[in-house]
Design a protein around this ligand. Structure first.
Ligand code: ZN
Length: 207
């Protein structure tokens, strides 16, 4: 079962639109937060800046303001507007069900395993097919660029159906493989690990 999701936008114009929207929401939250702080100060201090005598009503109102502030913060914290770790708002984000927060793709990749939900992708290809696929993709590695051209070509050639190709590519995307080159660089190791072949992978590339 898929227990995390990544939202990727490639088109520069859509990306700008998304980033501006996120910024707008972040700014609106900031303004709202600031208003609440001012309300609280007006409530607790007189015109000379001296603390007023706290009546039960004032305490109650101040508590209510505090509650609103926390709710605002929590809402933004859980939103896709910015990365929980690096704070950037102009990134593709991955949702982590384990902690109910969004991370940018890079920060998510660097999270320790115990903060990531367990994820067991269902592969539409066999172990032997996976090995053959990567053997062939590595061969053309130098030609791999910012498309799935070689991936699609190899899977086609191996007789993997269109739907199964999409399913396999989607798993690779979860591992940061958004094109041929990234499938090799980012996804390959994780896919090998999923098939219980991490040792074989290490032998191929580190010995
Ligand atoms: Zn980040």
């Amino acid at each position: 079962m898929k227990r995390r999701k990544t939202i990727i936008i490639r088109h520069p114009m859509l990306k700008r639109l998304r980033d501006n929207l996120r910024l707008l929401i972040i700014k609106a939250e900031g303004q709202e937060f600031h208003k609440l702080i001012e309300m609280d100060e007006k409530l607790l201090f007189d015109e000379k800046g001296q603390p007023v005598k706290l009546t039960p009503e004032i305490r109650q109102q101040s508590r209510e303001i505090e509650r609103k502030k926390q709710a605002l913060e929590r809402a933004l914290d859980k939103s896709i507007c910015y990365c929980t770790v690096c704070g950037k708002y102009d990134k593709d984000m991955t949702y982590n069900t384990q902690v109910d927060k969004w991370y940018c793709v890079e920060c998510y990749r660097d999270l320790p395993g115990n903060l990531k939900p367990e994820w067991h992708p269902e592969y539409p290809i066999t172990k032997a097919q996976m090995v053959e696929f990567f053997r062939r993709l590595n061969k053309v590695g130098a030609k791999c660029g910012a498309s799935f051209r070689h991936t699609r070509h190899i899977l086609n050639d191996m007789g993997v159906s269109h739907n199964d190709q999409i399913q396999f590519i989607n798993i690779c995307k979860e591992y940061g493989g958004y094109n041929d080159a990234e499938i090799l660089m980012n996804a390959q190791r994780d896919v090998y690990t999923d098939f219980g072949m991490e040792d074989e992978f290490n032998k191929m590339f580190y010995q």
